[in-house]
Design a protein around this ligand. Sequence first.
Ligand code: SF4
Ligand code: SF4
Length: 103
Amino acid sequence: MALIITDECINCDVCEAECPNGAISMGPEIYWIDSDRCTECVGHFDEPQCRQVCPVDCIPFDPERRETHEQLMDKYRRLQAEAAAEAAAVAAAVAAAEAKGGG
Ligand code: SF4
Ligand code: SF4
């Protein structure tokens, strides 16, 4: 189950930095969670980190988005693979730029 931020959010900005998946960002009015990136912190931590730090307790589980532990692990693996591919692409671009500059 992904988590959701309710309109009780006071935009304190604390949760965004705690999310290991980059799932939290500022929306038009309050912060929001991208459910495609939220793994309930599965793969990283035992407990959802955003819920631990929110001072107004406004990050409940989203009943509309039920996922099994295995589904959350699959999402975690997908995000890890995407991050690795992104890092490899950046490294390749840097290497290409260096080769060009050095040539
Ligand atoms: Fe991010 Fe974890 Fe909160 Fe989901 S539960 S939004 S992965 S900090
Ligand atoms: Fe909003 Fe809670 Fe995140 Fe602060 S920690 S920005 S109040 S959801």
